[in-house]
Design a protein around this ligand. Structure first.
Ligand code: MLT
Length: 325
């Protein structure tokens, strides 16, 4: 009898989830962005949310839940109802390196989420102030070698990509800099412009207007190859200062675990339809954003990517001795 009752309850639950997934979406959605507004994650999320929202016929509201390198917002999204109305915009930091960096993380990037789709990637750029004495990466490395902890690097919080890439740069260059953490790249960039910090790694697409507007100087790229259209005359780190150095930030959309698979698939399909807008993808390419082969955007490929990245970062964090300081 107990078994019959339990089976009946389960059947009802499945039926109601099916009906919910069929009707979805009947109201606006929320995408949690775990950094301050105006930064790279926020900008990318708003752009994609606008296009995907049009495809699903409902507005997507961005909720900025900043702090602790994205881990506060990710923890909040992990606990949100798995009803297809709340998603997390995740990236390489808190969804890749997070478990290796934080001893107590309030979420598991692999077990607590259903990946929906991956965004395009963005390479980073090493930025300094307009009047900085460092004209290239070798200048900065030479000064930092002779003056340990004298160069301040702004970043978007512990475990953000701006923090991780600066830490890898330190390890590869054999230097010791002073990290200065903010609640996102946007406030860190403001302080770089204001001269409160000396340098920063930022996403190449969002930094571009600041460099083109003459407010900051770009002195190196993390892409293996130059970006002549966006950053003419700026050399990749790999070219001279640090052979082999390469980094790009990955992003993507995650639903809390238990979100109906049909809803996750509908989100992915809406994204693919949005990407069919060639004017949009051409604009992204012009900004230096790396569009990926379509297969890499799928929920399944993004799930494999996330799991592989969590493992990769365990090794990278250990090898480079990246610590939370
Ligand atoms: C990062 O460095 O992780 C991001 O650029 C942070 C942000 O989007 O503000």
């Amino acid at each position: 009898m107990k078994f019959v009752k339990a089976a009946g309850a389960l059947a009802l639950l499945i039926a109601s989830q099916f009906a919910q997934a069929q009707a979805w979406p009947t109201k606006s959605l929320t995408w949690v962005v775990p950094f301050a507004a105006g930064g790279p994650t926020d900008g990318m999320a708003r752009d994609i949310a606008d296009k995907v929202g049009k495809q699903i016929g409902q507005p997507i509201i961005i909720e900025n839940v900043a702090g602790a390198g994205g881990t506060i917002g990710a923890a909040k999204a992990a606990k949100a109802p798995a009803d297809g109305y709340t998603f997390l915009v995740g990236h390489m930091g808190y969804m890749g390196a997070g478990p290796a960096l934080y001893k107590k993380l309030a979420y598991d990037p692999v077990k607590d989420f259903e990946p929906a789709f991956r965004f395009p990637d963005t390479p980073l750029v090493l930025l300094v102030g307009k009047n900085s004495p460092y004209k290239n990466a070798s200048d900065l490395i030479a000064f930092a070698k002779a003056n340990p902890r004298k160069v301040n690097f702004g970043n978007a919080g512990v475990g953000s990509t701006s923090h991780l890439i600066a830490a890898l740069f330190e390890a590869k260059a054999g230097i010791d800099v002073t990290p200065v953490a903010y609640k996102g790249a946007a406030p860190a960039l403001n302080d770089l412009i204001g001269g409160q910090v000396d340098a920063m790694f930022d996403q190449s697409n969002t930094a571009l207007p600041q460099v083109q507007g003459g407010r900051l100087n770009a002195i190196a790229l993390t892409s293996l190859t130059p970006m002549p259209q966006q950053y003419p005359s700026v050399a990749p780190l790999a070219e001279k200062a640090l052979p082999g150095f390469e980094a790009a930030t990955w992003y993507g959309l995650y639903a809390p675990k238990g979100t109906p698979k049909e809803i996750v698939q509908k989100m992915h399909q809406a994204y693919l339809k949005a990407l069919a807008d060639k004017a949009w993808t051409a604009r992204m390419a012009t900004q230096g954003i790396n569009l990926l082969p379509e297969a890499q955007y799928s929920p399944e490929a993004f799930a494999r990517h996330t799991a592989a990245e969590v493992e990769r970062w365990r090794k990278v964090v250990a090898d480079a001795k990246i610590q939370i300081d």
